[in-house]
Design a protein around this ligand. Sequence first.
Ligand code: 13P
Ligand code: SF4
Length: 321
Amino acid sequence: MKFRELTEKIQELKKKRNAIILVHNYQLPEVQDLADYRGDSLELSRIAAKTDAKVIVFCGVHFMAETASILCPQKKVIMPDINAGCPMASMITAKDLSKLKERYPKAVAVGYVNTSAEVKAGLDVCCTSTNAVAVVNAIIKDSAVGARLPDGQGSAFSGKKEIIFVPDKYLADFVEKQTGKKLIKWNGFCPTHIKILPEDIKREKKFHPKAKVIVHPECLPQVIALADAALSTSKMCKFAKETEAKEIIVGTEVGLIYRLKKDNPNKEFYPASFAAVCPNMKRTTEEKVLWALEELKEEVRVPDKIRIRAKKAIDRMLEIV
Ligand code: 13P
Ligand code: SF4
C-alpha cells in the first residue's frame, strides 16, 4: 500500500473508532507525522488522561502505554507493537524493589516512570526526567517540615531521611548533583543513551564551535558534564525554540532530531551520536498503526489490584509538580 493511501486509511479508521494517536518523540518520522499529539512520557500520559476519545493508540514503549492505562482505565489503550519494551524498565522487578525497601525500611521509594506497573505499585512517588529534581526536592522539604510537626500531622514523607531512586543510576546521579541529596540507587541504565560518549560531544563541539549542547539526563555523567543543559525530550523542544543559538548538538535518541528540525526550520541540529538509536522505539510502523486500528489490538490493560496502587505513585507526582 502506498504511504498516502495508508495515511488516509488510518485517518478514516481513527474517526470511525473514536481514537487518538499519541506518539513519543523518539518514534520514526512517518509515525510522528500520524500523531494527534507528540510528546514526552509525562505529556502523553496527561493527554491520555484528558482526552474524550475512546481508544488511545500509543506509539511508544510498553511502560508508557501502561501509564496511560493506569490513568484512564475506562479507555482502551492499544499498542501497534506490544513487544516494544524498555530495557531499562526491565532492569528492576517488583520483587527487587520490595527487597530494596526491606533493606531501607525508612526510605521514601521514588521511581522513574520508565518502570513496569508492578514496580510503580510499590513506589511512594513516581517521576519523569522532566520533574525528577522537583520531586526529590519536594520530598526533602516535606520530610524536614513534617519532622517538626507533632506526630500524625505530617505527610507521608515526614521525617523520612533516606530516598531510594530506581532504576536509572545516571538519572539518579544527575538528581544527586542538582539537589545535593545522596540517593540509594539501583544499577539500571538506558542502553541507548550510554552509547553517547564524551568524545562524541568533544568532536561535535570542535566541528560546530558556536553550537549549544543539550543532552538527556539518562546520559553518562561525563557526557552531562560537557553539556550546556541536561533536559527531558519535551524540555529539549522548548530549549530549541527559545534559544538564540542557531546550532544545537543533541545528545539523545536520534528520533528527536526530526521533530526539532520540523519545529525549527531555521536552526541546525546535530545528533551527538548516530549510535543512539532505541530499537524498541523503532518497532512501530505506519502499517502496524493501521492494523492496530483495524483489529483494536494489542490492548494494554493493568489489573485493578496493581493499577490502584500504581496510580497513587503517579498522582503524588502530579500533585508535586
Ligand atoms: P522523556 O520522558 O524525556 O521523553 O524520556 C523517555 C525516555 O524513554 C528516554 O529515554
Ligand atoms: Fe528505554 Fe532508553 Fe529506549 Fe528510552 S531510549 S525507551 S529509556 S531503552
